[in-house]
Design a binder for this molecule. Structure first.
Ligand SMILES: [Zn+2]
Length: 265
């Protein structure tokens, strides 16, 4: 199947995502130096495609995908990445285009280099279900371009702001729609204990867990410090959303008017 990875897509021929490279590795030039500058001054960041490390679907046990909305930022997103790194796991980030800037692009690149996946949560985080065609297209094209410029690949997955959808959105947006099991962790009144309990209660094989790495959401950073070891102890393997579909042998079909909270639905 067309499977995603952190820095490039070795099987993009199955989709309309433009090929960035023929190899399974892609190089993103992080400098703005002109080509005539000395090569010694050029630094590059390599994002190694993780699809090569994927197992055959029948080899997976229980799988689960942690996902984080409303970043990127230089604070909470980095704290989430620290916890993922300490636990040696990956997650998927659904980013808002207006949060992408010179300061946050390196955070996205750090995530991608760790094997995490960067997906779309729209450009402006507005209700899109009442939008006209050209407004929807502008929201999607602008954030896709920013993500591609930052990490080298166009996202395959889209999480609608507020999970508000319309037939027009499904028709126009050529990405698989993702929802997930949330614990209202955008609400500061939902404390760490409640976040942990609700998430563990909803965890199941194939589930997509919906959390938020919005700046200042420290309670979710604390919650995942408990959630991840507990799910590991229960035998879960943490995968990106792309790998979740791969593990379950479910082909991506953006033409389906479906929003996934688990795979298979
Ligand atoms: Zn959101």
């Amino acid at each position: 199947m067309a499977a995603g990875c952190a820095g490039g897509d070795s099987s993009a021929s199955q989709s309309d995502v433009p090929e960035k490279a023929n190899s399974s590795e892609i190089t993103a030039d992080t400098t703005t130096a002109p080509e005539s500058s000395e090569p010694e001054q050029t630094t590059t960041t390599k994002f190694t495609c993780t699809t090569a490390q994927w197992k055959e679907p029948q080899e997976y046990g229980k799988v689960i995908a942690l996902t984080f909305d409303d970043g990127p930022n230089t604070t909470t997103t980095n704290e989430v990445l620290d916890v993922l790194e300490e636990n040696g796991i990956v997650a998927s980030f659904f980013v808002i285009g207006t949060n992408i800037n010179e300061q946050t692009v390196p955070v996205m690149q750090r995530a991608a280099a760790m094997g995490c996946e960067i997906n779309s949560h729209s450009m402006t985080h507005s209700y899109m279900n009442g939008m006209k065609e050209e407004e929807i297209t502008a929201e999607i094209e602008s954030v896709n371009k920013l993500i591609e410029d930052a990490v080298g690949s166009v996202p395959k997955f889209f999480r609608p702001p507020y999970i508000a959808t319309s037939g027009r959105m499904y028709r126009l947006i050529d990405q698989t729609f993702i929802s997930g099991y949330g614990c209202n962790d955008w609400d500061s009144k939902v404390d760490v204990k409640m976040r942990v309990e609700k998430t563990l209660e909803q965890a199941e094989d194939g589930a997509i867990i919906l959390l938020h790495d919005a700046a200042g959401n420290y309670q979710t950073v604390e919650a995942i410090k408990q959630i991840i070891p507990e799910l590991k102890a229960q035998g879960y393997e943490f995968v990106t959303v792309s790998e979740l579909f791969h593990a379950k042998g479910v082909e991506l079909n953006p033409d389906l008017m479906t929003i996934y909270s688990k795979v298979p639905q």
